[in-house]
Design a protein around this ligand. Sequence first.
Ligand code: 3UK
Length: 519
Amino acid sequence: MALELGLPERFNASDYFVDRNVREGRGGKVAVLCEDRSLTYEQVRTGMNRVGNALKSLSVRMEDRVALLLLDTEIYPQAFFGAIKIGAVPICLNTLMRPKDYLYFLNDSRARVLMIDAALLDVLEPVGKDLRFLEHTIVVNGAAPEGATAFDRFIEASSGELDAAPTGPDDSCFWLYSSGSTGAPKGAVHLQHDMVYCVETYGKQVLGVGENDICFSAAKLFFAYGLGNGLYFPFGVGATAVYMPVRPTAASVYETIARHRPTLFFGVPTLYAAMLQAEGSLDGVRLCVSAGEALPADILRRWVQRHHVQISDGIGSTEIAHIFISNSAESIKPGSSGKVVPGYEAKIVDENFQEVPEGEIGTLLIKGDSTCSCYWNKHEKTKATFLGDWINTDDKYYRDEEGFYYYVGRSNDMLKVGGIWVSPVEVEACLIAHPAVFECAVVGAIDRDGLVKPKAFVVLNPGFSPDASMEEELKSYVKTQLAHYKFPRWIVFIDELPKTATGKVKRFVLRETGQSAAV
Ligand code: 3UK
């Protein structure tokens, strides 16, 4: 059933997630641990206010967008809530993308200000001259190049006191971009009340997150998943968040766990598989969470056997902000996504939107008040996805007699790789641009951990040989053109692609061949 939040008419999320902690006596409590640094709630509040005042001094107004291209450090909550406090709208950008992706995000959103980590400046440089709306670049954690301002200078003259803008629960609050199989990524416009809804439902009722928790998310803050895990769940209850700016490898994650001793750990299936191959312990962790793609039952079994801590798998989406169907510490069915989270409703329907009987596969629709209001400037896609109270997840599911939901695939060709979307169409378009490639098709194949990775079937042009060096060359080529995680892990050279009479590639034939990595 829906949950009444009872928020006041005038409401700003920065007050709920930051100021309230100070007001309720947690000002001296550690809000963020990052490497050897720590920040109290009072320090986050002051930092947030200074960012807000500094943005105002650039004449940033309510509804203006502020793009954040930041690594996970203690600056993140200050930048995010600083923008929200003045009614501006932060956009959390994925830090793993390529220059042309940033060109799109910044022009599509018309962000006037970009806050960027110094370590990421290089990836923006090639497109700097094509940015049509960006006016100010603030560089965090390092020196600013010409034309940009260093973060310390930016906030230097700003006061640490600031009143929140007169927003309400239904004002825009933040955006996250989500990619689809074709067409450009879509900006999901989230409202001021959405994060509160997630805290009150999944956060409190499934995770049981409380003041004494220490939350560590290996999934970064720019993912909807990481943003809840590492920012608004801990801040929503006055707990502590652990941030790790480096890439999440088994080694860096085990090391961070040993150093900061989190009680809740959040990862994706690929990471759990890698952590099973490495040395390390989980002392202090009371529950692990997995999302982004289905957690294979075998990974869960091996994890519990070794670490004696459960992994609670749950499905969430960028559009719904966080997890809406989930297992929990008390109730886990391996291989299932769990039960509907209190506060959400689920319906499995056929192509006419009629509910299918229990046990039958259909499309999953979800109702719940953390769903974004629309896709920015994408009217047709908005209408196709948001159906009144319900949202179409485009996921295929069935439900068993105990109310557990089982993921069986997508209704489109999109792949989840390491918890992140990969469009086979985008990888194909990249490969086809290589001079050796005549035709190609990309599908998902299962690796030895039971996880999906992209696999390419390639027909070469005459004069090119289908050997190991060509395979390497094509893989490296994709890595230089697209975000690294999108490259095909296997390449199979074939004489021709299987096609229908009308010339469409028969993906299901390739998928069948593609199920095993051994092909
Ligand atoms: C798939 C899963 C099976 C599913 C996300 C937790 O992944 C998140 O958001 P995205 O927008 O992708 C959403 C889609 O990913 N998926 C996610 N989790 C699972 N499939 N089992 C799972 N446990 O196709 C879904 O529609 O990137 C995850 C919290 C917030 C999120 N945004």
